[in-house]
Design a protein around this ligand. Structure first.
Ligand SMILES: Nc1ncnc2c1ncn2[C@@H]1O[C@H](COP(=O)(O)OP(=O)(O)OP(=O)(O)O)[C@@H](O)[C@H]1O
Length: 638
């Protein structure tokens, strides 16, 4: 009953670069008291998300928006006023879709959130916080279950409703000052939607914080759960803000009666919607909205006597969010421990992905055996001239196979975990460099292990000349290069689908420019500039070159006599029979000549491997820039 109750006060406007209002200012402050849920209603494009983004201090990536005005939390007990933004951990943000590291258990997920959100607490305090939030959201029984991937719904994973509860727990771990949900019920059936809102209600009441939820077409039962309603017309014009149970009466007084048995939420949204298909109706709709907007301004003016009894909010110094954010303390938090936790999380996500790992193992061993069967001339113990072209083909297919698997796996995993990483980076919990570095290190052992399986089987079953170390080293580095290309594609793509389809296209191009013609290269007719440029960025190009250099360098041809002794004339005859008769490799005498015909005479194995390493680093740098750019788009503003 205080004159000036605790809660969130705001009066803001949001304008696009051309000056258009996406959210219009109101005559006076709008207010949501602590422990209340305010439903943000309005037709599509009215400005609901923009309002929430502005209030939460996060503006979408494409932002060229300017936010003006005041957003203040008032605490009546201590009579303090502060601002807060998502980066300071003071805003909980329940997203439309849940995103997690799918292989982590519920407890591991919340432990990680507590570790990142609450660096100032000691381990036992963080554990206590995790236990208490799991209890209040009914997650204790599920704590050892893996979250699972909502798209593939793997065995043992959580249901959609259970995942929402984990999202809620993760958002509330840091004791936020404001709870925001942008369409938190979208994609859920009506029963589940009700359950989610009920849980949110319980949590915001328990924590005594204000809550704003945009809800698309809430059913009557959900509307009844809302304490307040903020009704927005297109252009972010506030046409009503106040108690939900008073909304229908308010519009009745303005001459708009809600028909009986009509969902009040639908009635309200219809009042501020514009029928864009019918021009005459749309003009009438616009006139009605202007009237409603002006009526609300007047309504606020009339209620002013109440507000004027409070000290004007702007007169009190409001802390600047850039100085109050715990950015500094987060950054100071022990970097090595944080890096260790990120590394462990990536490792668990990779190593526990049993289905993918078994498939990779089978593909690595199976393809090596398949290649040995196809390229029969590469026999053990003898390097015949007949096998020259087949060796190039076999090594090329091997490289394409391993890099394709590494790239697709990385793009898939990276795109799925990107929303989680962006959420954490928006809260300034670690840098993109830390994430990429830890992820790369966590993935290298597994990638190298699969490369080792492939090369071991290849070495055991075929007569490949390259030594085991060079073979495994090249394939392992190629796998890392494929993965780093996957990171770059994943970071630059707006969604998982775009990343997957573009990686297939990019791979085809990398293959086309990377493979070496096994019948020799015409050095007198160099490829066009574009192809030469693409070769420079194709990891396949470097890996194939490296393997050819290792396979042919100083190799002398022998003959396959099937173990029978043969005289010198027969040897010469078999040798002549085996030599390639056509193309650039025709009548080559030894491995060095093969390298010359393939255009590799001036290259060295070490030099090419270095280039492959540099390319991997460049791809990692591109991923870093991609992640940074996306995060800076989610800039925080007061
Ligand atoms: N960065 C921007 N620059 C210019 N216009 C923008 C920008 N972001 C959003 N808009 C426009 O602002 C208006 C409000 O968008 P907003 O996403 O807030 O609507 P919404 O009410 O949440 O819609 P929906 O219910 O469909 O999600 C839209 O017309 C949108 O096109």
């Amino acid at each position: 009953d205080e004159l000036y109750p605790s809660g969130l006060y705001w009066n803001i406007s949001v304008q696009s670069a051309d000056g258009t209002f996406l959210v219009q200012p109101t005559a006076h402050f709008l207010f949501v008291p602590n422990g209340h849920i305010c439903g943000v209603l309005g037709p599509s494009g009215a400005g609901k998300s923009t309002t929430l983004n502005a209030l939460g201090g996060s503006i979408p990536p494409q932002s060229s928006l300017s936010v003006n005005g005041n957003i203040t939390y008032y605490d009546a007990t201590s009579e303090t006023k502060t601002t807060g933004t998502i980066n300071s951990g003071s805003v909980a943000w329940l997203q439309q879709h849940d995103s997690f590291f799918s292989m982590l258990t519920v407890k591991e997920t919340l432990d990680m959130a507590a570790f990142l959100e609450l660096p100032h607490l000691i381990e036992s305090q963080r554990n206590a916080r995790v236990q208490s939030i799991m209890e209040s959201l009914g997650l204790t029984k599920l704590q050892d279950r893996p979250i699972g991937d909502p798209t593939t719904r793997h065995k043992g994973g959580l249901s959609g409703g259970e995942q929402r509860r984990v999202s809620l727990a993760r958002e509330l771990i840091s004791n936020p000052k404001l709870f925001i949900g942008d369409e938190p019920t979208s994609g859920l059936d009506s029963t589940m939607s009700e359950k989610v809102i009920r849980l949110v209600q319980k949590m915001v009441q328990e924590r005594d914080i204000p809550c704003l939820l945009s809800i698309h077409q809430p059913r009557s039962s959900i509307f009844r759960m809302l304490d307040e309603v903020l009704l927005l017309a297109p252009g972010g014009r506030v046409c009503y803000h106040g108690k939900s149970e008073k909304a229908i009466g308010y519009f009745r007084n303005l001459g708009y009666e809600c028909p009986e048995e009509t969902n009040p939420a639908e009635f309200l949204v219809d009042l501020v919607s514009i029928d864009v298909e019918d021009q005459s109706t749309s003009i009438q709709d616009e006139i009605r909205i202007i009237k409603l907007f002006e009526a609300f301004q007047e309504y606020q003016q009339k209620r002013r006597h109440k507000l004027s009894s409070m000290p004007p909010i702007t007169a009190v110094a409001v802390e600047d969010c850039s100085t109050t954010s715990s950015r500094g303390s987060r950054r100071r938090f022990h970097i090595i421990r944080r890096f260790g936790r990120l590394l462990l999380r990536s490792w668990r996500q990779n190593a526990r992905n049993r289905k993918v790992n078994i498939l990779r193992l089978l593909a690595s061993a199976g393809n090596a055996m398949l290649f040995t069967t196809i390229f029969k001339s590469i026999k053990k113990g003898v390097f015949t001239a007949k096998s020259v072209a087949e060796r190039v083909s076999m090594l090329t297919f091997g490289i394409v196979n391993m890099s394709m698997i590494a790239l697709l796996k990385t793009v898939d995993l990276f795109s799925k975990e990107k929303p989680v990483v962006q959420r954490e980076q928006l809260r300034l919990q670690y840098s993109s460099l830390e994430y990429l570095f830890s992820k790369s290190i966590a993935e290298i052992p597994l990638d190298a292990a699969f490369a080792a399986v492939f090369t071991t089987v290849l070495k055991m079953t075929s007569g490949i000349r390259t030594g085991w170390r060079a073979l495994t080293g090249t394939f392992a580095l190629m796998t890392v290069a494929g993965a780093s290309l996957g990171f770059a594609i994943g970071a630059a793509s707006p969604s998982a689908d775009v990343a997957l389809s573009s990686s297939a296209m990019i791979m085809v191009v990398m293959m086309a420019v990377g493979i070496i013609n096994p019948s020799g290269v015409d050095l007198s007719d160099p490829p066009p500039l574009l192809v030469r440029a693409l070769k420079q960025i194709s990891p396949i190009n470097y890996a194939v070159k490296a393997l050819c250099l290792s396979e042919y360098k100083d190799a002398e041809f022998g003959i396959d006599t099937g173990g029978k002794p043969v005289n010198i004339f027969s040897r010469a005859r078999i040798m002549m029979r085996d030599l390639p008769k056509m193309g650039g490799l025709a009548l080559v005498k030894n491995g060095n000549q093969v390298l010359q015909e393939l255009g590799l005479a001036d290259e060295t194995y070490a030099g090419v491997m270095k280039q492959l390493g540099v390319l991997s680093l460049v791809n990692l740098a591109i991923s870093l820039i991609g992640l940074q750019t996306k995060n800076s788009g989610l800039s925080q503003k007061c």
